[in-house]
Ligand binder design. Sequence first.
Ligand code: FAD
Length: 398
Amino acid sequence: MKTIDTDVLVVGAGPGGSMAAKFAARQGARTLLIEKRQEIGSPVRCAEGVSREWMAECEVSEDPRWIATRSDAARIFAPNGTSATIGAKRAGNEVGIVLERVLFDKALAEDAARAGADILLKTFATNVLIDNGVVRGVVGKSLGEDVEIRAMVTIGADGFESQVGRWAGLRTMVKTRDVDATFQYRLANIRCDARYCDFYLGSCAPGGYIWVFPKSHEVANVGIGVQMSQLNGLADTKAYLDGWIASQPAFRNGKPLDMVAGAVSTSRPLPKTVTPGLMLVGDAARLIDPLTGGGIVNACISGKLAGDVAARAWQARDASETFLQSYDRAWRSRMEKKQIRNYLAKEKLAHLDDETLNTLIGSLSTLDTDASTMSLLLAIGKKHPRFIAEFAHLLWKT
Ligand code: FAD
């Protein structure tokens, strides 16, 4: 068996993993990023919408190579066609830029490489190595060969289907009501307004929504997320989307350029994201925004925080849970309240009927484009206090 020694091992080269590798490597730790696929960023399983406000914090510079379109605002459509508009700066983690995600993921990995990280493709973990209760790396395969990768600190950035945390004994399971099944086409030959990312709520997508994220005026990612517990079978997701597309004059002549299916967690954050020798980031830590299903921003921010802590743990020769807890505290203080607020809002929205949604969104359609998700929830609360009763206390603090 081949053996590799490193200081910091990052499993998974999505946005969370590349960001973790960048921030660990730049502080001098020998850092290895492993990716099971043969190409970083491909195939894309994403609607590619992302906000811009986090980029300075993660030291990412906008690059025209990975920007398809820029969006001014999000439009939220009620079942009866009325809409509310929220300006991009405040519309949450998915609105601002529609990415070329294949190139975006590669650019983040390039940054990690520039900072000094090594990258191994077609290399995947099949279990963690545990010595005396401490995770010390992984075993797996690299280009078909058995491999043991030993590391002082391991970062699990292996996405929604994450196994690394579970292998290490962390509770990462999510309930089916906290998972959305997704299906998306990239549709050509349609008509859309490239200034907006559009969201359609109601019985067209039970417990979730349909999105239209434009790549141009005639090509868009058109997809659906449906709460898993409201489906009879996964094929239902595609059937809902096909039915909706057929009902829309601007989309019904669309032709698919690709299609993807996947799942996103819409759960509360995990109670624990570290164990001795290991930290989880991004989707592996269930850090997707439960209301919007957007996970790129939180993957990048949590990746940065974990990379910093990993480098400090290596410098201090201390990968104990006590030391790594500073990562858990850091991401919680940065985003936990908002995650919980959005989880509770999602729980409410997931069970509203079309008539109630028409009334709610109708009453918001006069909001100006500087409105934020929070002001939208507050406006709903003014007219329908029972809707926000369970999370009103979080609205004022997040
Ligand atoms: P990922 O990007 O999933 O990366 C994990 C990586 O780990 C993958 O490259 C995988 O191959 C690798 N890996 C897994 N297991 C192993 C292993 N054992 N060994 C080695 N490598 C491994 N978010 C948004 O912000 N905006 C959107 O518009 C949006 N749209 C979405 C649409 C769909 C249909 C879906 C399914 C998701 C969408 N998301 C969106 C969510 C977003 O894609 C994720 O939140 C984001 O990619 C999380 O980044 P990550 O680095 O945590 O994980």
